[in-house]
Design a binder for this molecule. Structure first.
Ligand code: FES
Length: 188
């Protein structure tokens, strides 16, 4: 099911752990399975001088996190921002279709870390700020926002990028809340 590269990065993850003196962290979550990734970066002279990840997730989630840290290390900020999910999947010699969307969040985590760095927000938005954004932008009220937060969601876009099928599988949301989110999904 997995390529040798995926298995290698899963079995011997590169740059795993937490950077204590990080300049910014990006958190991303997958509300379908509840997995969460943290990407920590240090920036020196406009480049990613150090990077680590902490991921609670499946084999593919760990492999994509590991690969993103390898690809980003030493890159200029704008080059790292230009890296896409596809670049990560290609470097891993492909991901199974079912895992392509589910696990391939690491590039988003890297982008979020860089955006937080550029905004001068080391830890990004606070829990309260994120819950308020979820409740207002998705129209699901505080109850729905809490449910998504508990499922690992750290950003409105993480919800909007879900497929209809993935949305239907989020057990934490009521049918009414899902119906409010459905028309807003980007659907690729
Ligand atoms: S099962 Fe959660 S990211 Fe793969």
């Amino acid at each position: 099911m997995y390529s040798d590269k995926v298995m290698d990065h899963f079995s011997n993850p590169r740059n795993m752990g937490e950077l204590e003196d990080y300049d910014a962290v990006g958190k991303v979550g997958n509300p379908v399975c509840g997995d969460v990734m943290h990407i920590y970066i240090k920036v020196a002279e406009g480049r990613i001088s150090d990077i680590k990840f902490k991921t609670m997730g499946c084999a593919a989630a760990i492999a994509t996190s590991s690969m993103v840290t390898e690809l980003a290390k030493g890159k200029k900020i704008d080059e790292a921002l230009a890296m896409s999910r596809d670049d990560v999947a290609k470097a891993l010699e492909g991901l199974p279709p079912a895992k392509m969307h589910c696990s391939n969040l690491a590039a988003d985590g890297l982008h979020k870390a860089i955006e937080n760095f550029l905004a001068g927000k080391r830890d990004g938005d606070s829990e309260d700020e994120i819950k308020t954004q979820l409740a207002q932008k998705l129209g699901i009220g505080p109850g729905g926002a809490n449910a998504l937060w508990d499922a690992g969601i750290c950003d409105v876009d993480e919800v909007l990028r879900l497929t209809t099928e993935e949305l239907s599988r989020i057990g934490a949301l009521t049918d009414g809340q899902k119906a409010k989110i459905l028309p807003r999904l980007h659907e690729d």
